[in-house]
Design a protein around this ligand. Structure first.
Ligand code: NAI
Ligand code: MG
Length: 349
């Protein structure tokens, strides 16, 4: 029997509520398709930070390196600054394991309505650069607390970094519509963004893909006014982060959106997580939508080569939603566990 070794970091807030649902779905899919999971549960996150001063143990990354993939819930707590939680866990994992693609499919699932009038179908993929760009540690704060205090934050764009994420996006676009939209801000950001545009255009040309470079402000409006005009979207770390929350809200709910932090060369484990955070406003109530976490687990199965199981998980989600099992954020009455049971029951039948 095929075995996969999966590290589970449920994390904080609703991460701890939606994770057991995703684990149950993967277990049910494994029973059906003949594979076993060796789950390694890690109690890392904000509570670990309160007790030890760090989000994960010093050898945490070495431990993860021996696994096949990582399934993450969410991290973040109101009493700890967000840059501490993010840079203490998520960003080191993404960078150490060179997970340079953040893949975010945006699809409307059955029975879910968009906040946009008249939109009844959407199928887009966002490819976000995940390890460089605007998220850098280079910079500093000077004259702290003084009237002329100044903060400087540098962006880092490399030819290698931009071309490899553009290559991933162009290959994806050539398997889909042949069209690629690239988010830019080359009118205001005069060094890195024209460079991004040039490299993306070169890569697209060598893949026979038509690229449309769109200023990010206009693109934000277009994602609301005409989201179906975008098929594959490639964007830098910051722009991709913002646009993917927008697109997932357009598709129905932030609670449904999945993402994969992919190391395409498979030298290291990849990590799969919902797009949403720890949602302290609803944590502890058992009402979080588990679909984003389940969908992330399905992407993980696909990455592990379990395509049929991955498809079955999504079919079970679609069937449960279509037959009325829905959480409150998408107009239903189900709690997290009840929604999970509806999906798991379909995987067992
Ligand atoms: P959030 O995604 O946690 O919540 C935004 C809104 O969406 C809230 O009103 C929340 O109730 C709702 N929501 C999110 N997921 C939902 C679900 N599954 N079902 C139903 N409703 C859902 O974003 P927010 O509030 O900006 O951040 C909260 C914390 O999460 C912060 O500490 C932040 O740093 C962290 N965060 C962590 C991420 C990660 O671990 N990858 C990603 C985004 C935020
Ligand atoms: Mg985000």
């Amino acid at each position: 029997m095929q075995r996969h070794r999966i590290d589970v970091i449920a994390g904080d807030g609703i991460g701890t509520e939606v994770m057991p649902v995703a684990v149950a779905c993967v277990e049910a899919a494994g029973a059906r398709h003949g594979f076993d999971i060796d789950w390694r549960h890690r109690d890392w996150g904000s509570e670990h930070y309160r007790q030890t001063g760090s989000m994960m143990p010093p050898d945490g990354l070495d431990e993860l390196a021996t696994g096949d993939a990582i399934l993450l819930g969410a991290v973040g707590a109101p009493d700890i600054p967000d840059h501490v939680t993010l840079w203490g866990l998520l960003i080191p994992i993404r960078r150490t394991f060179d997970q340079y693609v953040n893949l975010r499919p945006v699809r409307m699932l059955p029975g879910v309505t968009s906040p946009l009038r008249g939109l009844d179908a959407l199928d887009m993929v966002i490819v976000r650069e995940n390890v460089e760009g605007e998220y850098s540690e280079i910079g500093g704060r000077f004259n702290r607390g003084l009237p002329d205090e100044t903060a400087v934050q540098e962006s880092v764009f490399t030819r290698r970094g931009v071309s490899r994420v553009a290559t991933y996006a162009a290959e994806l676009a050539s398997r889909r519509s042949g069209r690629l939209v690239s988010a830019t801000k080359s009118n205001g950001i005069i060094h890195t963004m024209p460079f991004w545009d040039e490299v993306v255009a070169d890569v697209a040309a060598t893949h026979g893909v038509r690229v449309e470079s769109v200023l990010v402000d206009a693109l934000a409006a277009r994602l609301v006014l005409d989201p179906r005009s975008v098929d594959v979207l490639v964007a830098s770390n910051l722009l991709g982060d913002i646009l993917s929350d927008l697109a997932s809200a357009v598709a129905g709910s932030l609670g449904m959106a999945p993402s994969g932090n992919i190391n395409p060369g498979r030298e290291h484990p990849s990590m799969f997580e919902p797009v949403h955070g720890s949602a302290p406003d609803i944590a502890g109530q058992g009402i979080a939508n588990p679909v984003g976490q389940i969908w992330a687990a399905s992407m993980m199965l696909e990455h592990l080569g379990e395509q049929a199981a991955a498809d079955d998980v999504m079919a079970a989600v679609a069937s449960a939603l279509a037959e009325g099992a829905r959480t409150r954020d998408v107009g239903g009455t189900c709690g997290t566990a009840e929604m999970g049971d509806a999906v798991v029951a379909r995987l067992r039948s």
